[in-house]
Design a protein around this ligand. Structure first.
Ligand code: ZN
Length: 603
């Protein structure tokens, strides 16, 4: 087998202007060590506040400010070690710094773990008085959020039992991970070039897109065959996880598991229910897409294993990094001059680590370091996806930049619910710009295909998941047993409803629920849909409205975690408690189908 990594440059062969500036965190390793030692000395200091927080608002304020100071410093220590390690994961020196930083973080967490229980134990009147004290002005939202959760906190003895059970109740998720990622075996299949390879989840993702129907069918049958063989075990594991979540929800006095899962972000249950209703009312465009795909691929009948096949031939984009930067600048221009200035700063001031090198961490991420600036890891390789990734990660980075510059530490961190909004808005704006400026028909077809697949897999598919998840909890809460037969039947019915009568629902798909990792967590997937719909709405506002909309968008980025996500988005101009954001998204999907029909009929 060829070793692709041997052709990669070593890190010192990469020009400095394409590397992030770690020295912005610490100019030398000695300074890192000095902060590390200082922080160790803070451990006994924070412990001195134990059992004294009720004494006065000033005392509580001192304690919370010390905790913030510690967290900011710990954040810098950890980021410096981790980002350096990701430059070359084989570097033992930074591996050891990461280990040291992790150990310190764990000690700090343990040393300050008394704070929240002590605040929650305060009498309501004291908490209300503290909430309005000037020393604690930065913590108003923090107190409101704690007070809101107070009714779900149990007695100290009960809380201790729950805490001790935590490791044991993790079993279902752990077993899923072991079975699906370590012990499961998949059959060998033959690829397009006649080469035999062993199927895996990772390989499946590209094989299912194969233009060779025999290959994608074999991959489909091979993958789902393996899950089918273990369906009763997966049903038992899923049941274990569902029962665990029901147990915690009921114990904490929630009316349903769904309500308990959404309560973390204070998301009203009707946001979830509206989403299901709105998508169910707009399934027709998905049926039309299936029919168009069948026509474009010239198939007599379309099967589940044809869904991922692109309607466009694979078009090579070759975009050198400077051109990628220009595309991102142009694509994000609708966000206005203020955003453009921060973007420029980010693109030119050592935030980004651009190219792949030997040993570098794969993938991409953005990492905000409070008091410094955000850092972005890329593995830029001239593909169109790499440009999208740059726009996406800069969305996160600029969100962090604004939040950290505008918020005290206590409210600087944004929630998962809003995080993907800032990144996806950028991706949508870039895609819009590319569609507008691309004349080449094959490239245009490729872009339209990308967009449609994005909405199909993010909005429709994840809503199908969310609908399944809600149903299994309702059934389990009513005492029904989640057998493999029942789960298969539910999954089959949902697929038939979502994809419509044109498609053949191959029986092998029925056990697909078994392989979705999110079902072994707790009501997570709906956020992909709400995030995408909110981003579509905001991108649309940037393209059609005036400077006031841009200002609202900047204010959204500045809000960090200063309020509940639904309120923050409402202030930005998106009301997630109404059907509009999802409707707008699916209308866009419909007009892109018109575009696809046009392109196909003219080719
Ligand atoms: Zn992201």
């Amino acid at each position: 087998m060829p070793e692709p990594s041997t052709t990669l440059p070593s890190r010192d062969q990469i020009k400095p202007e394409y590397k992030w500036k770690m020295e912005d965190i610490y100019a030398t390793e000695d300074l890192w060590q000095a902060d590390f030692d200082t922080l160790k000395g803070y451990l006994p200091r924070i412990m001195e506040y134990r059992e004294t927080l009720s004494q006065s608002a000033a005392r509580l304020a001192d304690c919370l400010k010390l905790r913030d100071e510690i967290s900011i410093m710990a954040g810098k220590l950890f980021a410096y070690a981790r980002l350096h390690r990701d430059e070359n994961t084989a570097n033992a020196k930074y591996q050891s710094l990461v280990g040291k930083a992790e150990g310190l973080l764990a000690d700090l967490g343990a040393a300050s773990s008394f704070i929240e229980p002590e605040i929650l134990a305060l009498p309501d009147a004291t908490l209300a008085q503290f909430r309005n004290n000037e020393h604690l002005a930065d913590y108003t939202f923090y107190f409101d959020n704690l007070a809101r959760q107070k009714q779900h906190v149990l007695s100290p003895a009960e809380e201790e039992i729950l805490a001790r059970a935590a490791e044991a109740t993790q079993a279902a998720e752990n077993i899923f991970n072991m079975l699906a990622h370590a012990d499961m075996t998949f059959p060998d299949i033959t690829d397009e070039n006649g080469k035999t390879l062993t199927l895996s989840e990772g390989r499946y993702r590209s094989l299912i897109m194969s233009p060779d129907r025999r290959v994608r069918k074999d991959a489909f049958l091979g993958l789902f065959g393996a899950y089918n063989a273990l369906r009763n075990s997966f049903a038992a594991i899923l049941t274990g996880n569902v029962k665990k979540n029901i147990f915690y929800g009921r114990t904490r006095r929630f009316t349903s598991t769904l309500e308990s899962a959404l309560s973390d972000g204070n998301i009203p249950v009707n946001v979830y229910n509206n989403l299901l209703t709105t998508v169910n009312n707009n399934l027709e465009p998905l049926h039309r897409y299936v029919a168009l795909k069948k026509k474009a691929l010239k198939l007599d009948n379309i099967h589940m294993y044809d869904l991922y096949t692109p309607v466009a031939p694979n078009t090579k984009f070759n975009i050198p990094y400077p051109d990628g930067l220009q595309l991102v600048r142009d694509g994000l221009a609708p966000l206005g001059p203020e955003y453009a200035a921060v973007l420029n700063k980010g693109l030119t001031s050592g935030w980004i680590d651009v190219y792949e090198n030997k040993g570098k961490q794969t993938g991409a991420y953005s990492w905000g370091v409070y008091d410094v600036h955000p850092f972005v890891l890329l593995n830029y390789n001239k593909r169109l996806e790499d440009v999208s990734t740059l726009a996406h990660e800069m969305g996160h980075a600029i969100h962090s930049y604004y939040s950290q510059a505008s918020q005290p530490y206590a409210t600087a961190e944004y929630t998962i619910f809003t995080a993907e909004v800032a990144s996806t808005t950028n991706e949508i704006l870039l895609n819009n710009h590319l569609l507008k400026t691309t004349a080449d028909k094959l490239k245009k077809l490729y872009l339209v295909n990308q967009y449609l697949e994005m909405v199909r897999t993010t909005v429709y598919r994840q809503t199908l998941f969310a609908e399944f998840e809600k149903s299994i909890y309702e059934k389990a809460e009513e005492g029904e047993t989640l057998t493999a037969d029942l789960l298969d039947e539910m999954w089959h019915a949902l697929n038939a409803k979502y994809y419509g009568s044109e498609i053949v629902i191959d029986p092998e798909i029925n056990t697909e629920w078994a392989r979705i990792p999110h079902f072994y967590w707790n009501f997570y997937v709906y956020q992909y849909v709400t995030g995408y719909a909110a981003a579509t709405t905001l991108a649309e506002k940037m393209l059609t409205e005036d400077a006031a909309a841009q200002q609202r968008y900047i204010n959204f980025l500045k809000s960090g975690g200063a309020d509940y996500p639904i309120t923050i988005l409402k202030n930005a101009g998106v009301d997630m408690s109404t059907p509009q954001p999802v409707e707008l998204t699916l209308n866009k999907f419909s007009s892109m189908l018109d575009e696809l029909e046009n392109l196909l009929s003219n080719s």
